[in-house]
Design a binder for this molecule. Structure first.
Ligand SMILES: Nc1ncnc2c1ncn2[C@@H]1O[C@H](COP(=O)(O)OP(=O)(O)OP(=O)(O)O)[C@@H](O)[C@H]1O
Ligand SMILES: [Mg+2]
Length: 481
């Protein structure tokens, strides 16, 4: 008997006219490893939430049925779900307590808890003691901690929602290895991951959700991609081996718009200098935790530089001393997790906020909002609450809010995070157009495709390896002088 059975399954979230997912019929056998695909907003996370028993009846309208081993997942929890945003999953101050929390919740006997905590932390290669504060972890480390919390439950059905989005390539590889290590023949895996190529070694079946409802393709990955490659790529699936558009700058970069001189970030010893010029896209790369986001905040005038200086727009004052209105007109920033900072109850209002504050006329505001909604495929969500958007939709909205005031400089932290192939192509084309109109763009990114397609220059923040002792800048005392 198959483990997971969906019959005509559908779900419409409360407050929405459209169904998030509909007409899905699936059987998934014990031990299968499934890659769940579909464009942004196709209902992947909603389907996973249903399997985890996390769609309470009063939170929307259901259709059809979902069962796990014949039972309603809302009645008995047998699965473990890793959320799209690991920060929503971490609840305790100390890392070990966070993993223990889920076990306590499920009534695991006291004596078994700590051995299972340390076993799960070992499996994900967690490099710190269990007392390590969870808020002192980098994004990739938090992701691995959250995964340990799920693995410790020893779920028969492992549900992972984009477990490696936002991680540097090395961190993502570590998480994938941790997943591979934790799979045995008794574990069924359902994995959501936009970037197909990296996920393929973990799975033996691919299921593609059709945005309007139903299943577009289902089978062994090589068969699915061979048979439907072009149409899937057109729908937004990252089918391996498909080319992406290249956007080379049409002219040479102009003057420097924002310049950091000898600033230091976090506990790095080296001083960093970099400038964003008019008409260029500068990509800032480097591993998780290296200080990219901090430097982006400093360049964006949202954080005072420690040592060092930031100059911008030939203003004698540094950007962090500017008035708010002046800052939004000149520099627009998108943070790493802006999804936690939406301030209105409607997508269209969120976009209108900046231009309204700058005193633009109602007609201008409407034109700006409508254009951005259209270009970023958010029009049908104009009336939705920003906090109910899917991961990819929320990220597009956050980028759009920064573009709405048309600032000369854009500082974007992971702008392409969680995008399907089609929304990615749209977003990159929009940024390319802004660059060619003379805007300067600084993008913090782990996305190699973004760098290859759009970046004019790359500033890599990877720390240099420590100098061999012999060449140390501070000769030891017993050295002959
Ligand atoms: N809590 C919610 N309330 C209302 N609508 C929601 C809620 N969560 C998701 N939606 C909507 O349901 C649809 C499906 O969302 P879902 O998060 O399942 O998509 P997804 O396939 O996971 O997308 P992504 O790839 O962008 O993460 C979207 O239109 C989304 O805006
Ligand atoms: Mg999702």
């Amino acid at each position: 008997m198959p483990e997971v059975v969906l019959r005509g399954f559908g779900w419409r979230h409360a407050g929405r006219k459209a169904w998030a997912v509909r007409g899905v019929d699936l059987n998934i056998q014990h031990g299968e490893r499934v890659l769940l695909l579909g464009p942004s907003g196709a209902g992947k996370s909603t389907l996973l939430a249903a399997l985890a028993g996390l769609l309470p009846e009063d939170s929307g309208e259901g259709e059809g049925s979902v069962t796990i081993d014949g039972r309603d997942p809302r009645v008995r929890e047998t699965s473990g779900l890793l959320f799209q945003d690991p920060q929503t999953q971490l609840v305790m101050a100390r890392s070990g307590d966070d993993v223990a929390f889920g076990l306590e919740n499920r009534g695991v006997p006291e004596n078994d808890i700590w051995p299972r905590v340390s076993d799960a932390l070992d499996r994900v290669g967690f490099p710190y003691p269990i007392t390590r504060p969870a808020n002192a972890l980098s994004g990739g480390e938090q992701q691995r901690l959250a995964l340990a919390g799920v693995l410790a439950l020893r779920p028969g059905l492992l549900l992972l929602d984009e477990p490696t989005a936002n991680l540097d390539p090395q961190g993502a590889e570590l998480v994938r290895e941790a997943i591979a290590r934790s799979l045995d023949q008794d574990t069924t895996l359902i994995l959501i991951e936009h970037r197909v190529a990296e996920a393929l070694p973990l799975v033996d079946r691919a299921i593609v959700l059709e945005p309007g409802g139903g299943v577009l393709a289902d089978g062994a990955p090589e068969v699915v991609f061979a048979g439907h490659g072009p149409s899937l790529a057109g729908q937004g699936i990252w089918v391996p081996g498909y080319q992406l558009p290249q956007h080379r700058a049409v002219s040479r970069p102009g003057d420097s718009l924002v310049r950091a001189e000898s600033v230091t970030v976090r506990d790095r010893l080296d001083e960093i200098s970099l400038a964003v010029h008019a008409g260029e896209v500068l990509a800032m790369t480097g591993p998780n935790g290296v200080g990219k986001s901090t430097l982006a905040l400093v360049m964006g005038g949202l954080l005072a530089p420690g040592p060092g200086r930031v100059h911008a727009f030939e203003d004698p004052k540094p950007p962090h001393r500017w008035r708010a209105a002046q800052l939004t007109q000149r520099i627009g920033s998108v943070f790493q997790n802006p999804e936690h900072q939406f301030v209105t109850a409607k997508v269209a209002d969120e976009l209108a906020l900046g231009p309204r504050r700058l005193g633009r006329s109602p007609a201008e505001v409407t034109a700006t909002v409508d254009e951005l909604l259209e270009r970023l495929r958010l029009t049908r969500l104009a009336g939705a609450n920003p906090y109910t958007l899917s991961g990819g939709e929320a990220r597009r909205l956050s980028v759009a809010t920064a573009l709405a005031t048309a600032p000369r400089v854009l500082i974007l932290d992971e702008p392409t995070f969680g995008q399907d192939r089609r929304t990615w192509i749209d977003l990159v084309a929009l940024l390319a157009r802004l660059r060619d109109e003379g805007h300067g763009i600084l993008a913090v990114t782990h996305d190699d495709a973004f760098v290859a397609s759009l970046a004019d220059r790359v500033h890599d923040l990877t720390p240099a390896p420590p100098l061999p002792r012999r060449y140390s800048a501070f000769p030891s005392r017993d050295w002959p002088s």
